[in-house]
Design a protein around this ligand. Structure first.
Ligand code: NAP
Length: 173
């Protein structure tokens, strides 16, 4: 029963450029590895993502997820009809949302999107963090981390060098 982050960030902590672009990540040479994503996605029951990440994913063209997606938004009223049964809009208090989803059987949640992850962290709702660091400094962008009401100590469980561009660290609360 866990809320898990699996995300890539630049060395200076950004998950996208200021305009949301991901070229610094998607343009890396393909070494054929999936960096644990396949195993991770098998473990999770549903994805909770912020509206902005959802919009990025929509821009990919093809819907990439087999697991149900819950889009956090107070502004979106409905999703494109072709996503019916695959994605829905959710909102409100995060603690209440998480307990509602768990009660529906969505026990392990993949939490995605910068602001979304920050607000889950601020409510102490993240149990595991799988952080892939890209060996690049962007100088500016959309930050992975932000303000917290207090320190949030984590335990480092594993660190792996994936290739010269990527390292991956696995933390738990
Ligand atoms: N590097 C990576 O691995 C990676 C992974 C994921 C995303 N990204 C990138 O990150 C960018 C999006 O991240 P982001 O930080 O801008 O936004 P985000 O977390 O994806 O979305 C933020 C939006 O979520 C909605 N929201 C509703 N309730 C919320 C709550 N309690 N806490 C936070 N958000 C809530 C709000 O939408 P409303 O305004 O509609 O209410 C808010 O504007 C995109 O460019 C995406 O490509 C990168």
């Amino acid at each position: 029963m866990a809320n898990i982050v699996y995300i890539a960030a630049s060395l200076d902590g950004f998950i996208a450029r200021p305009d949301g672009s991901l070229d610094w990540l998607t343009g890396l040479p393909d070494d054929g590895g999936d960096y644990g994503f396949g195993d991770f996605i098998k473990r999770i029951d549903a994805i909770v993502m912020g509206r902005k990440t959802f919009e990025t994913v929509l821009g990919f063209g093809e819907w990439p997820y087999e697991k149900p997606v819950f889009v956090l938004s107070e502004s979106l009223k409905e999703l494109p009809p072709e996503l019916e049964g695959r994605a829905s809009v959710v909102g409100g208090d995060l603690v209440a949302l998480v307990s509602r989803l768990k009660a529906q059987g969505y026990v392990n949640l993949y939490i995605d999107g910068g602001r979304t992850i920050q607000s889950f962290l601020a409510r102490n709702l993240i149990d595991e963090l799988i952080l892939t660091r890209v060996s690049v400094l962007l100088g500016e962008g959309i930050p992975l981390f932000g303000k917290l009401p207090g320190d949030l100590p984590l335990k480092l469980r594993k660190v792996e060098m994936l290739n010269e561009h990527l390292s991956q660290s696995y933390y738990t609360r």
